[in-house]
Design a protein around this ligand. Structure first.
Ligand SMILES: O=C(O)[C@H](O)COP(=O)(O)O
Length: 207
């Protein structure tokens, strides 16, 4: 068994998740429930016997706080995560800050679904999932993957769509199938990688 461990966690519930607002690069805090979800993720990872050697997170507060809460819960508060906006949520452009139901009322269900769950149709002024993959994947390949392959047990706390970019590669999804992969807030997915960076074993704690 290798020590090539990669754990992905979507941030806990944010104030804007709760209010049903498009968030993207905006920076709301975690809700009380979000804090609890992050702490619970830490408890569960500790129960799996995990200890981290490296951590990566986005430039956004909700992902950074999720990372800190997880590490504190594991008694690893001294581990300083690397922060990079390459791991930020997909930029929702002009939709940022709008209520998702109001947007459906204005543009129709089908158009809003296309913006949220198509691979290459960007919302006005924002990023498609393909655009998000194009900035997130190079960071994964250049920074995160080498850390994992060096044997660092590595934690990544980020966002629904930036994590989809990584999961697309790890789980060999197509542009169609990745869009159906929903990520629960605060639920760790533990991957053990082979030396060639393919997945040897996956444990989804949400499942
Ligand atoms: O940025 C947001 O609004 C959410 O974090 C993700 O939104 P989605 O569910 O529309 O991808």
């Amino acid at each position: 068994m290798s020590d090539r461990i990669l754990v992905l966690v979507r941030h806990g519930q944010s104030e804007w998740n709760l209010k049903n607002l498009f968030t993207g690069w905006r920076d709301p805090a975690l809700t009380e429930q979000g804090v609890m979800e992050a702490k619970r993720a830490g408890v569960r990872l500790k129960a799996e016997g995990l200890v981290f050697d490296a951590a990566f997170t986005s430039a956004l507060t909700r992902a950074q706080n999720t990372c800190a809460l997880i590490l504190n819960e594991m008694g690893q508060g001294a581990l300083e995560p690397v922060k990079n906006q390459a791991l930020n949520e997909r930029d929702y452009g002009d939709l940022s800050g709008l209520n998702k139901d109001d947007a459906r009322g204005k543009w129709g269900e089908a158009q809003v679904h296309l913006w949220r769950r198509s691979y290459d149709v960007p919302p006005p002024g924002g990023e498609s999932l393909r655009d998000t993959v194009a900035r997130t994947l190079p960071y994964y390949v250049q920074e995160i993957l080498p850390s994992v392959l060096r044997g660092n047990r590595t934690l990544v706390t980020a966002h629904g769509n930036s994590l989809r970019a990584l999961i697309m590669v790890l789980e060999k999804h197509t542009p169609e199938s990745i869009l159906k992969r929903e990520l629960a807030t605060g639920s760790p997915i533990i991957y053990r990688l082979n030396a060639d960076s393919t997945v040897e074993q996956k444990l989804d704690l949400a499942a």
